[in-house]
Design a protein around this ligand. Structure first.
Ligand SMILES: [Zn+2]
Length: 390
């Protein structure tokens, strides 16, 4: 009874996907990490226990580790960040499997790794099995997600114009709002169309979505664009782009983002993200969201199916370039899931007039972020938002 309790450390804990992280205290006990959250109604004030052998770590513990970002198979989806070097050292002796010597992994600084090779990124993305990346992504503060999203969109629009015909923007806003409301997650999606003759669509962090001119112009109905948008919203809702970035830049760099620094070292993220492809599991999740969104919005799910079918043909003909289909593989399974969507009465995603306006969105283009009062730089300019093209 006179045994002293082990010292406690301040930490941040996120209980599951999309829940905000909160302050907790942790202790290293004989059996595992004890996580105490005094005012947590969910646990009734009882500490949680993460057994040592249930742990996985974002970046293996080195002798110089100053923090630890952990996940546990005892509580899938949860993440724990302990910014304390004495904790890291004590943990290394309790759970030697989490150390660099047992992982035999490179200890180069992760952003050098990120800037260095796409190969490393792809390997990291494709490594299957349990990964705390998604749980970590979930810990990113909104400001970091916004910053990442801006960098991605910026890297896409740096050398390309964005499509900004006013009537088309209004139609796009209308469609985006309709689907956002149907998604019911209170997220505010921001959609940009870039003047680019390659079929592509992707979700970026911070609820941003990028579509290309080719995608808008080759769609045969507003339902097709709605289907693609709803699918990308599904990726955004699941934070797949954030998780992909966390895998891509290395988890330690992501922890820097969590605690609010190192933004400037991540300039290549946007480029990396455009190369990302998602797992089948992620695609299934995005499709499931898309079908729910479309149903709530009373938009036919067949647009999604038709679009992917037709675009797969175009890509096969070598016309579309590498684009949406490498990152969104068409599978028989996907076709069946969409086809099995329960029938419901649907109306076109946009009325004829708005649809015509959306298809003409790229009749007006802007070289910088679509801010109407800003003069466009010269055609050869490479001005970025906030910079003067001299
Ligand atoms: Zn997808």
């Amino acid at each position: 009874m006179s045994d002293k309790a082990p010292p406690s450390f301040v930490a941040r804990y996120s209980v599951k996907t999309r829940s905000p992280s909160r302050d907790v205290r942790v202790r290293l006990t004989q059996d595992g990490i004890s996580i105490e959250e005094p005012d947590a109604p969910s646990t009734g004030g009882q500490p949680l226990l993460w057994r040592y052998r249930s742990l996985s770590i974002a970046e293996p513990l080195s002798a110089h580790a100053i923090d630890a970002l952990l996940a546990s198979s005892d509580h899938p989806g949860a993440a724990l960040f302990v910014p304390d070097k004495s904790f890291a050292r004590a943990l290394a002796s309790q759970a030697p499997q989490l150390t660099t010597s047992s992982h035999r992994r490179r200890t180069t600084r992760p952003w050098i790794w990120a800037a260095g090779t796409l190969v490393a990124l792809l390997v990291a993305v494709w490594l299957s099995g349990f990964s705390p990346a998604k749980a970590v992504a979930n810990l990113l503060p909104g400001s970091a997600r916004d910053m990442l999203g801006e960098q991605v969109v910026d890297s896409m629009t740096r050398d390309r114009a964005t499509c900004t015909a006013p009537a088309g923007l209004a139609a796009l806003d209308q469609l985006t709002a309709k689907l956002s409301v149907a998604a019911g997650t209170r997220q505010h999606f921001k959609v940009v169309v870039v003047d680019w003759n390659v079929l592509n669509a992707f979700a970026a962090p911070g609820e941003r979505i990028v579509l290309t001119r080719a995608l808008i112009e080759r769609a045969k109905s507003p339902d097709e664009v709605a289907g693609v948008l709803a699918h990308e919203m599904g990726h955004g809702i699941e934070m797949h782009p954030e998780a992909g970035i966390v895998r891509g830049i290395g988890l330690a760099a992501a922890t820097d983002l969590i605690i609010g620094g190192a933004g400037g070292s991540l300039a290549n993220i946007g480029v990396l993200l455009t190369q990302l492809s998602y797992s089948r599991e992620a695609e299934r999740e995005a499709d499931a969201h898309a079908l729910k969104i479309l149903k709530t919005a009373k938009v036919s799910p067949h647009g999604l199916l038709d679009f992917f079918d037709r675009m797969a043909e175009i890509e096969k003909d070598g016309d579309g370039g590498p684009g949406v289909f490498r990152s969104h593989p068409q599978t028989q399974e996907r076709r069946e899931v969409v086809a099995a969507a329960v029938g419901y009465s649907a109306t076109p995603a946009l009325a004829a007039k708005e649809w015509a306006a959306l298809q003409s969105l790229c009749s007006v283009t802007t070289r910088v972020e679509p801010e109407p009062d800003r003069p466009a730089p010269s055609p050869s300019g490479r001005a970025r938002p906030g910079e003067i093209d001299s």
